[in-house]
Design a protein around this ligand. Structure first.
Ligand SMILES: [Zn+2]
Length: 483
């Protein structure tokens, strides 16, 4: 069975047929880097990380491109208002590029904690200004765009297929378009490809139409095709990007004769206790907050318990149940590993579960079904109990390792658990060393007691007297080589 994916444009679930055999070219719209990463930033990267893992598991060489918007995204999300980065820069009294840098790294730090691998290429809008100017010129040359006082607009009336992706008819396409303040567009549906920079605008570049900056929709058409080719496999984004952002991307590409994405994949939104997240309602959870409360692996696992096309709710009770579920799976994994004793896996015992997991993943990345296969395997593992052979244990360990750890990427909690385990081991060893030292002192063997203390000092550790007795702690500023 081959991988089937749901395509937003055709509303069909269709087999994945790569443009280049053996290769997969993926693009998804990354964040505008002007604030701390929040829950809404996590879903897309995790979905695409799992898609990438699964394609690699199936044997494809994957190139994943995801952009960073660092110019052109205006506060009203489309045509007007201030640049989001410039606004934030004024608030924080920083250069816009300092804002971009700061939130670029906080985004990728958060992604790393979620065990999301870095994309193959992370193009930035400001790094592709000449390419964007060229594209605007090509649209003008093709008669698909026009210039008005230093701004350039896409001429929707010249493009028959406008609305093809979102399925909107011309009247609906007017919804959400603002009353044109400058009144310079021929049609309110037309959208900006290039905007002239008003005198107070900081981020500006020279162009054939005067100083200005690119429109937000343009960068993704330009950067996806630059790195993946004029036709590529999968383009993704949040459902809220279908219109106007992706509709505009598609129009810009088709209007210059580029076939663009074969499949459009959109993930659904997230809610908090059933309510849509929004900054204004105070429903805005930063990833740092969530990591502190639940740990990043629980956040990742919880997101994967919903199908990417369903709403995922982050209610307290739901996350708690994910946490317990994940603990059950990880305990099963640890149990199987402990009993495997390096035996050759007896794969017969897990064959049905592996098949169920793989079928679920091939069915439009049905991660909740895939996770159900892991729970079924865990029940089987417990049912076997004492009769479990090392060979069977090895098969279970391999199943958890390749699918839960490898494909779903939920080994990060493994890291958290390992941190916990290594701290426990350290504490146990420390107790043992202290007992040796106390024993030496009790028999008045001060040379041995001092030797223990000196060796600890060399390792960057100090003995501290506390009301509960002596304990060993790491000396501040010292590294032991094991930190
Ligand atoms: Zn985009």
């Amino acid at each position: 069975m081959t991988l089937q994916l749901h395509d937003t444009q055709t509303h069909e679930t269709k087999p994945f047929e790569p443009v280049t055999p053996g290769h997969a070219g993926l693009y998804f719209c990354g964040p505008t880097v002007y604030s701390e990463p929040h829950l809404g930033h996590a879903r897309g990267p995790i979905v695409f990380d799992v898609l990438r893992n699964w394609l690699e598991h199936l044997g494809y060489t994957v190139r994943l491109v995801s952009n960073i918007t660092d110019v052109g995204h205006l506060t009203d999300d489309a045509e007007d208002g201030e640049d989001k980065l410039a606004k934030r820069a004024a608030l924080e009294r920083l250069e816009p590029m300092e804002i971009a840098e700061k939130y670029f790294w906080s985004y990728f730090d958060a992604m790393a904690r979620l065990n999301v691998r870095r994309p193959s290429i992370v193009p930035r809008a400001t790094g592709h200004i000449p390419e964007q100017i060229e594209w605007v010129q090509a649209l003008i040359d093709a008669g698909m765009a026009y210039e008005r006082s230093g701004s350039v607009y896409f001429d929707v009336s010249e493009f028959e297929d406008y609305g093809a992706l979102s399925g909107r008819d011309p009247d609906q396409l007017l919804e959400g378009t603002r009353v044109e303040v400058r009144g310079e567009k021929d049609d309110p549906r037309d959208f900006a490809l290039w905007k002239r920079a008003e005198p107070e605008h900081i981020m500006r570049w020279r162009s054939p139409w005067g100083e200005g900056f690119p429109g937000w929709h343009l960068e993704c058409s330009v950067m996806s095709t630059k790195y993946l080719g004029d036709r590529f496999d999968i383009h993704g984004g949040g459902l809220d990007l279908v219109f106007p952002h992706h509709e505009c991307e598609l129009a810009q590409a088709h209007a210059v004769g580029k076939p663009f994405a074969n499949t459009w994949l959109h993930w659904n939104m997230m809610t908090l206790d059933g309510e849509k997240m929004s900054k204004s309602k105070g429903h805005f959870v930063t990833l740092t907050d969530l990591f502190e409360r639940y740990g990043p692996a629980v956040v990742r696992f919880h997101l994967l318990r919903s199908h990417y096309r369903s709403v995922s709710d982050f209610g307290e009770a739901a996350i708690e149940s994910s946490k317990q579920g994940l603990t059950r799976l990880l305990d099963g994994w640890a149990d199987a590993q402990a009993k495997a004793n390096d035996a050759e896996p007896d794969t017969e015992v897990t064959a049905a579960h592996v098949a169920a997991f793989d079928a679920a993943m091939n069915d439009d990345l049905n991660t909740p079904q895939a996770i159900a296969a892991l729970f079924d395997a865990t029940r089987d593992l417990h049912r076997l109990g004492a009769s479990l052979t090392p060979a069977q244990a090895a098969a279970f360990a391999a199943f958890y390792g390749s699918r839960l750890g490898g494909v779903l990427g939920v080994e990060a909690l493994g890291h958290d658990a390992q941190d916990q385990a290594s701290q426990e081991r350290f504490d146990a060893l420390a107790d043992m060393v202290l007992a040796q030292r106390e024993a030496a002192r009790a028999r008045r063997d001060f040379a041995s007691a001092d030797a223990i203390r000196d060796r600890l000092t060399e390792l960057g550790l100090v003995i501290e007297d506390t009301p509960e007795g002596p304990r060993i702690r790491r000396q501040l500023g010292a590294t032991t080589g094991t930190d």
